[in-house]
Design a protein around this ligand. Structure first.
Ligand code: GAR
Length: 211
């Protein structure tokens, strides 16, 4: 990892790391994280959930756990790069206003601009449903099935300016079965994700992940 990555502080149980979790869909990963944080002494707490759509089902998990949440859809009145920048500016403003220390992408399906990434590098993590560097992009499970691999999995990595290309923190392997469809493989990978992501966030918060 190069020197441009600035990791978050080492947290303590009295002062857990303040996480913003960004989602686009059903948020099963968010739900698993909130459940993990609920039990016992934790070094991190989700203080904000951001969705890029008001219809993101995962917002209900934030509601259930009493966590602040906000939907920030793309501004309708702008186009192209201007629209992307204005959208991210809204996101950054709310993240700043909540003193967030680590941004956790959990099924967030938009690519962040390099200006967002450079500001958060080392404090911006993502989970991806394949064993990166294999099958980056939005259709990882379909691509794995089409390639005929016998093993796939999930990867937690720091986000850099590329697509699913930042430094890998940890991976979990998941078998691919002959009978698998995109749906069954995705579900099996999610089971692994729901264990891996909270564990990696524990490691980051306690300073066990180093450049
Ligand atoms: C997860 O499998 C996650 O790895 C994937 O979206 C799913 C979200 O599920 N992320 C990506 O594909 C990012 N490129 P969830 O909304 O139920 O947590």
């Amino acid at each position: 990892m190069s020197g441009e990555y600035v990791l978050p502080r080492k947290a303590t149980p009295d002062s857990p790391l303040r996480l913003a979790v960004m989602i686009s869909g059903g948020g099963s990963g968010l739900q698993a994280l909130l459940k993990h944080q609920e039990g016992g002494t934790r070094l991190h707490a989700t203080t904000l959930v951001i969705a890029d759509s008001e219809s993101a089902g995962g917002l209900s998990h934030a509601r259930d756990y009493g966590v602040d949440f906000v939907a920030i859809p793309l501004p309708k009145d702008l186009k192209g790069d201007e629209r992307r920048s204005a959208h991210e500016e809204q996101i950054m403003n709310i993240i700043d206003s909540k003193d967030i220390e680590l941004v956790v992408l959990s099924g967030y399906m938009r690519i962040l601009t390099s200006s967002f990434v450079s500001r958060w590098k080392g404090r911006l993590v993502n989970i991806h449903p394949s064993l990166l560097p294999d099958f980056p992009g939005a259709h990882a499970q379909k691509d794995a099935l089409e390639a005929g691999v016998r093993v796939s999995g999930c990867t937690v990595h720091f986000v850099d300016e590329g697509v699913d290309s930042g430094p890998i923190i940890e991976q979990r392997e998941v078998p691919v079965l002959d009978s698998d469809t995109v749906k069954t493989l995705s579900e099996r990978i999610k089971e692994a994700e729901h264990e891996l992501y909270p564990k990696v966030l524990d490691d980051i918060s306690s300073g066990r992940v180093s450049p």
